[in-house]
Design a protein around this ligand. Structure first.
Ligand code: AMP
Ligand code: GLY
Length: 409
């Protein structure tokens, strides 16, 4: 998002909290953590920030937007009450049921015993989800219900995910192809932006544990105009209405994670923000001013804004620290970043990186997201992987098959 803002032709100064080695080249990093709400409010006042854009879900769910609004500061993102659509999967499930929005059949449980009984009655696969925020690591797909019982025990009895597992959602395992749809939402206006496909599993061919996302490509192959119309009519409009009726109107970017099943699109989850790494794939295709779009959301005049997309395809490959999504080592020196500018239409976006003594070193699980666009998926893939192959750090792990589904070879 900092990169997209930096491309705006308007006069601007960009600050990023806390930022990383990548944002430091485009913005002024502020050493404030995302949960230090008082300091963020103070910084917005001190630096006379005209518009704040919130990236991740945790501060949204913690009420950062409410605090900024109370202080009279302009901000893009949902209030804590509206961010519950992501932060409380049990609530999201109930709201979807009330509004007859197609989603996996399932229920929310606060009692271990009741969840266990429910799973015991199932003879097909189930998915067990911690209701609270778990950084993309709280969902367990269990083709065998016996595994679901073990997962349940770990979440609700051993409490491996802490309070995120106070409530769990157990739902049917859906078959189909996944699709992420992003919409800008403000007041009553819903503006469907673009689509992407996320690769959530850690390893090639969708093996290994779920992660926050190991790569993405855009636009998603399966997103026809007809399917998008149906998603808008049956899913986006009803959820935005339901939230308004529930007293928590949504403002910001609404992300619908869907499974396109033989019976039509069904919701796996809603997120209250852009996806990571889908945003990287999406924003490289944006052909109009990102700042205009963000301001239009904040000022409730989405219908006036002109959003244009490049017809090209984009592919984003995440380079992660070995061991992610479990424990991993930080502090690895990253080499080869300076070679990437030779590859056309390719950007290296930083996630967990810091500058240390003149070197860029890793500081998180997902370290870099290498993103390229091209006239087709094959071209974008070739560029992205050429860049990935020129970057090195100890223990690096990435998938080789991002975008392959949509490629011709
Ligand atoms: P979520 O965070 O709820 O989107 O779940 C993370 C990932 O788990 C999804 O992207 C899917 O790959 C998988 N998943 C979640 N729910 C289901 C479901 N009901 N059926 C099949 N796969 C699912
Ligand atoms: N890539 C999935 C997410 O951002 O939630």
């Amino acid at each position: 998002m900092v990169w997209a803002l930096s491309r705006s032709p308007r006069e601007k100064q960009i600050f990023c909290a806390p930022g990383n080695a990548g944002t430091r080249r485009l913005a002024t990093n502020l050493a404030i953590k995302i949960d230090e709400v008082d300091r963020l409010v103070e910084a917005a006042k001190t630096h006379k920030i005209d518009l704040t854009i919130v990236g991740p879900e945790a501060p949204l769910c913690a009420g950062l937007v409410d605090r900024f609004q109370a202080a009279g500061l302009r901000i893009v993102g949902p209030t804590a009450a509206a961010a519950r659509i992501e932060g409380d999967k049990g609530y999201a499930k109930r709201l979807m049921k009330q509004a007859c929005i197609p989603t996996a059949e399932g229920r929310a449980f606060e009692l271990y015993e009741s969840a266990r009984e429910y799973i015991a009655t199932r003879d097909t696969g189930v998915v067990v989800k911690a209701s609270g925020l778990a950084g993309g690591k709280g969902v367990f797909v269990c083709p065998d219900p016996a595994d679901a019982l073990l997962v349940l025990e770990r979440i609700m009895m051993e409490r491996v995910l802490g309070t995120a597992g106070d409530c769990v959602v157990v739902e049917e395992l859906l078959q189909g192809e996944e699709l992420s749809v992003f919409a800008a939402v403000s007041d009553r206006t819903i503006y469907v932006l673009e689509t992407a496909q996320d690769y959530k599993r850690r390893d090639d061919a969708d093996h290994g544990p779920n992660t926050g996302g190991m790569g993405a490509y855009s636009p998603a192959r399966i997103a026809t105009d007809e399917l998008l119309d149906r998603i808008q009519r049956d899913i986006l409009v009803p959820i935005v209405d339901a939230m308004r009726n529930d007293g928590c109107p949504f403002q910001g970017i609404l992300y619908a994670g869907l499974m396109v099943t033989p019976g039509g699109p069904k919701v796996l989850e809603f997120n209250c923000r852009f996806g990571d790494p889908e945003a990287q794939a999406l924003l490289m295709r944006l052909d109009s001013d990102f700042l205009d779009l963000m301001e239009a959301i904040a000022d409730n005049r989405l219908e006036e804004v002109d959003v244009r997309w490049k017809p090209d395809s984009s592919v984003c490959v995440v380079m992660a620290a070995g061991g992610y999504p479990d424990s991993y080592h930080s502090g690895k020196v990253i080499g080869g970043l300076d070679l990437v500018h030779r590859i056309p239409d390719t950007q290296v976006f930083h996630s967990g990186t810091v500058d240390q003594n003149g070197l860029t070193v890793s500081s998180g699980g997902r370290v870099l997201s290498v993103t390229a666009i091209g006239c087709d998926v094959d071209t974008a893939r070739r560029r992205a992987y050429q860049a990935v192959d020129s970057i090195r750090f100890d223990g690096v792990h990435f998938r080789r098959d991002i975008g392959q589904r949509a490629a011709s070879s």
